[in-house]
Design a protein around this ligand. Structure first.
Ligand code: HSE
Length: 436
């Protein structure tokens, strides 16, 4: 059977890794799909850079449009990132009747609705397994393996860089900047690392996961995103003392009154599996009504783990390349005409438990005044801890862990407490999830 010809846009970390895996595993791949897959063309920024793969048989060009316009190319793999040129190239490739594979989570999160409609009109596939959680295969697991379920909850560590930073800070006391620089040198971090540390990359990924889990449109603009850059070592340590671990999570919940789509640092009981996912590893908890809780774990970034998912997408496309488009899994896992918008909650409507730290003057009666602010709003308190002042410190830290409540009520209590004379600094608020 005729070999499938692949053109890659971008031969950097993931592009080079993809070509390398396709070359190294060529015979295993043709055993799986019954035909050869060859990378014949790639676009690069610099023709002389060193690459992970063997480029001796590739036509290299600095013009990516040459790849998407090349008549012999069956599948275009977009790995240049960004959402302007990448979008133009992808729509051109689709217009040319080519199937597309991408690892570009920003592009899918921001423009996926338009891209999928264009692909559907041309009867081609756009596959994006590598856009979320690297090589885990979470898109396939949700769209296919769990397709018998009504999905109720997703909660994932979906940014390897943020998890790597939190793990190193906690275990080794390393500074935020030091660990971030290492993540960049290892190729984990985004071109703009604020995407990793401010929760934007995780919000892109959560947008995709929520759409395929609930059959809703991609709606990045409705995701609440908070990063790890303001997290202090003090709260990391206090959380541990209280039996929790702080993880940066993407959470999507489908409740009777709407969706919660949120990305933020979260305290999780330290005995939970999710709390023990460390370093650059990713993990996604998916709760379905039939299956219950499932946990999907693996490397979320890096050349070959990401290439693993890119190559799997290529093989999936090859398997159905001659089949009727109606036999393919729909782009979002639901029939396009059955995609439904659901109301998305604003932060004041979120329901969670909360870790709240207040730095207050060490004077009699302050604790009961603080507690009264919660009681006034019917917020139940799980625990109250007062820390001894450190040497030279003239205030004490009081930590409240609440039971589940509405965030709007917690914010009202915080505002009221912060207006009290005895409070020394802005409160620290971190959401707590038990997943039990
Ligand atoms: N910057 C991303 C991360 C890369 O750290 O998870 C993989 O999407």
């Amino acid at each position: 059977m005729k070999a499938i010809k692949v053109g890659i846009l971008g031969l950097g970390t993931v592009g080079g890794g993809t070509a390398l895996v396709l070359q190294r595993n060529a015979s295993e791949i043709s055993r799986r799909i019954g035909r050869a897959v060859e990378v014949t063309m790639a676009s690069v920024r610099n023709l002389d850079s060193e690459r992970l793969c063997d480029c001796s048989q590739l036509t290299l060009t600095q013009d990516p449009f040459e790849v998407v316009d090349a008549s012999e190319i069956d599948i275009v793999v977009e790995l240049i990132g960004g959402d302007t040129l990448a979008k133009e190239l992808m729509l051109k490739a689709i217009g040319n009747g080519k199937h597309v594979v991408t690892a570009n989570k920003a592009l899918i999160a921001l423009h996926g609705n338009e891209i999928f409609a264009a692909a559907q009109a041309k009867d081609v596939s756009v596959s994006y397994e590598s856009a979320v959680a690297g090589g885990i295969g979470i898109i396939k697991a949700i769209r296919e393996g769990l397709a018998g379920n009504k999905i109720e909850l997703l909660a994932g560590i979906i940014n390897g860089t943020a998890n790597f930073i939190l793990t190193e800070m906690r275990d080794k006391g390393r500074t935020f900047e030091d660990v971030l620089a290492e993540a960049q040198s290892l190729g984990y971090a985004e071109a703009d690392p604020t995407f990793d540390v401010e929760g934007i990359d995780a919000a892109h990924k959560l947008t995709i996961l929520a759409a395929i889990a609930f059959g809703t449109p991609l709606q990045f603009e409705k995701v609440y995103a908070e990063g790890i850059s303001k997290l202090s070592l003090t709260d990391v340590a206090y959380a541990e003392e209280l039996g929790y671990r702080i993880k940066h999570l993407g959470i999507a919940k489908n409740s009777h009154d709407g969706l919660e789509l949120r990305v933020h640092p979260t305290l999780i009981p330290s005995e939970r599996l999710l709390a023990n996912v460390d370093g650059v590893m990713n993990a996604v908890l998916v709760k379905g009504d039939a299956v219950g809780n499932t946990l999907h774990y693996g490397a979320g970034a890096g050349a070959e783990p990401t290439a693993s998912a890119v190559v799997a997408d290529i093989l999936d496309i090859v398997r159905s390349i001659d089949a009727s488009p109606s036999c393919r899994v729909p782009h979002l896992g639901f029939q396009p005409e059955a995609i439904q918008s659901l109301p998305v909650k604003t932060p004041d409507q979120f329901e969670s438990a909360y870790y709240l730290r207040f730095d207050v003057n060490d004077v009699a009666g302050v604790m009961s005044k603080l507690s009264a602010k919660f009681a006034d709003r019917n917020i139940s308190i799980e625990s109250i801890t007062q820390k001894e002042p450190s040497l030279g410190q003239d205030f004490v830290s009081v930590i409240f862990v609440t039971q589940r409540t509405r965030e709007g009520l917690v914010d009202q209590a915080i505002e009221s407490i912060e207006s009290m004379g005895d409070v020394r600094a802005d409160a620290v608020k971190i959401r707590v999830e038990h997943f039990d």
